[in-house]
Design a protein around this ligand. Structure first.
Ligand SMILES: O=c1ccn([C@@H]2O[C@H](COP(=O)(O)OP(=O)(O)OP(=O)(O)O)[C@@H](O)[C@H]2O)c(=O)[nH]1
Length: 526
């Protein structure tokens, strides 16, 4: 773990070493400064040095580093391309930004389902997935570099406690699922394979996550199997492509989106590390889904049995206007079409069963072979498009005074993790029940949806169903059957099961079968 500090993405390789007194010699050199000014003016970013003369040595060094890392020449064209694509999509609803593209659901032979596939296949996929884990062929990648602006807490989402009785933060629930999965694989196949957890962080999430993991003894995982790696931060831009000074000596920057994963995997040495460990399959997921079945053996086994190089879990889209991207085929290639790109008519189309025709809602749980990831990092990453998000970006005005904008004034550019799907040779989709596997934490409670309360309720409702399924009965204070925790009530039913006891509902009979359990009921860590 201590070697992690050496693995940050995008080290400032091109900068000269420090001179005497800690002051970098290049900052004092008029030639160097002139070269920088020329470069900036060539890409219309000369204003980045507006306050240079007023900066102290270390501030100059920091700004020079940011500018040298920023790949400024590429930013303007990338923004132009992204804005052009956005306008095309807005002008032609239903064309998903690609004029004439016809969108189709994936054909049945590329689809599996935890709901509808036959029990024999489900058993086989799970066994096969567990075998891969037992053999140490699996790595887990957590996408945790987001800024969590909508949730609005000053620390990483992974450390958020949604208020379960145990008060375990999301990161701890996920670590415990990894431990349980390892145990299940060992029980089934007699071998304990390493199950490395690679956590992608960004500027503001890295230190708190690392500190938390250290404080809590890596949450029971083997320290060598937990590795943080950092994604890039790139400058925010004005709508006409100019970098923004957040302070007199610092650019406004933001993480480059969860699709920054691919570049970070290569730059940080994580891909090489996976290869050295004999990893063949990678399971990637988002930090903010409390129900995430981290490393799900069923999904894994399905993807491996199908010989897929890439796959995604989906849930059924609830209504035409639900704000979720849908997985579909476009020109024979898998892709996710954002809800903003899908025309209203296409979004409403139904098939013969009366369900939405394009209903495969993407939940950001993905399967990759290591070979596919290597190809992406080596060849395709530069082709991944940037997407734009219009945001309020604090900055300094011409006199250097701080301005907090009240409406969006700038653009953050992001790559998306799913934009590699079209490069897959064999792409598969696996449908799961939303209430079992998907409850995102995006907003604060005031929004009422995708918030801490809904995460807590959905997690406890799942555990309530597991208890009932295992033959237990939960009752309230008066001894009456307690309602599901999903139901809003003044005295909601409370129940929680440690992920160390059950990964997906298994192994609970000995704890609950035939028993009457009073809410609040907690099956804690063994
Ligand atoms: O640059 C990024 C952006 C997002 N992500 C990860 O992708 C997943 C989905 O991330 P979101 O797109 O929901 O963004 P967010 O969590 O940062 O929240 P907002 O600022 O939009 O409110 C989350 O797991 C997040 O950590 C990254 O890893 N890096």
């Amino acid at each position: 773990m201590d070697d992690q500090e050496a693995h940050g993405a995008g080290a400032a390789a091109a900068l000269p070493p420090r001179g005497e007194g800690g002051c970098p010699p290049f900052v004092k050199s008029p030639q160097w400064l002139e070269a920088l000014r020329c470069r900036l003016s060539r890409c219309s970013q000369g204003h980045a040095l507006a306050f240079w003369d007023a900066l102290a040595g270390p501030e100059r060094e920091a700004l020079a580093r940011e500018l040298s890392e920023a790949e400024l020449e590429a930013l303007g064209p990338a923004l132009g391309e992204a804005l052009g694509r956005g306008e095309a999509a807005a002008g032609q609803p239903g064309q998903a930004g690609q004029a004439g593209a016809v969108l189709e659901p994936l054909p049945a032979e590329l689809c599996g389902s935890s709901i509808a596939s036959d029990p024999g296949s489900l058993r086989d996929w799970e066994e096969h997935g567990l075998l891969q884990v037992a053999e140490g062929r699996v790595a887990i990648v957590l996408l945790a570099g987001g800024q969590g602006t909508r949730l609005g807490v000053p620390y990483p989402k992974g450390l958020y406690d949604v208020g379960l009785p145990s008060h375990k933060p999301l990161l701890q629930l996920q670590a415990q699922r990894i431990l349980r999965l390892q145990r299940l694989a060992e029980e089934r196949h007699g071998k304990r394979g390493a199950l490395p957890w690679y956590i992608m962080t960004s500027g503001h999430t890295r230190e708190p996550m690392l500190a938390f993991l250290r404080e809590r003894g890596f949450l029971g995982l083997c320290k060598d199997d937990v590795r943080l790696f950092e994604q890039r931060q790139i400058p925010a831009l004005t709508p006409d492509g100019k970098v923004i000074l957040e302070t007199r000596g610092r650019l406004a920057r933001a993480p480059d989106g969860n699709g920054g994963l691919y570049r970070a995997l290569g730059d940080s040495g994580v891909l090489a590390d996976m290869e050295a460990r004999g990893v063949r399959y990678v399971h990637a997921y988002c930090v903010d889904n409390i129900l995430a079945r981290v490393g799900d053996p069923l999904f894994l086994g399905f993807c491996v049995r199908k010989g897929a190089d890439c796959g995604a879990k989906v849930v059924e889209k609830q209504s035409p206007d639900e704000a979720v991207g849908v997985l579909c085929l476009s020109g024979g290639r898998a892709r996710v079409v954002e809800y903003t790109e899908l025309g209203a008519e296409q979004a409403r189309e139904r098939d013969h069963s009366g369900r939405l025709r394009l209903r495969a809602g993407n939940i950001c749980v993905h399967h990759f072979t290591l070979d596919f990831l290597k190809l992406v990092v080596r060849e395709f990453e530069p082709q991944l498009p940037f997407h734009v998000a219009h945001k309020k970006i604090a900055h300094v005005d011409e006199s250097g005074n701080r301005v907090e904008p009240t409406k969006p004034n700038g653009i953050k550019m992001e790559k998306f993790v799913f934009d590699v799907f079209p490069f897959a040779k064999k792409f598969v989709q696996f449908e799961v029940r939303r209430e079992d596997e998907f409850s995102p934490l995006k907003n604060s409670d005031s929004a009422g949806v995708d918030c801490p309360s809904s995460s807590r309720r959905h997690q406890m409702a799942l555990h309530y169903r597991w208890i009932q399924g295992a033959g237990g009965r939960i009752v309230d204070e008066q001894g009456n059957d307690a309602p599901s925790p999903a139901e809003e009530s003044e005295t909601p039913t409370i129940c929680e099961i440690s992920p160390l006891i059950s990964y997906s509902g298994e192994g609970l009979e000995s704890h609950v079968k035939g028993r009457i359990l009073r809410s609040p009921f907690v099956l804690g860590d063994p």
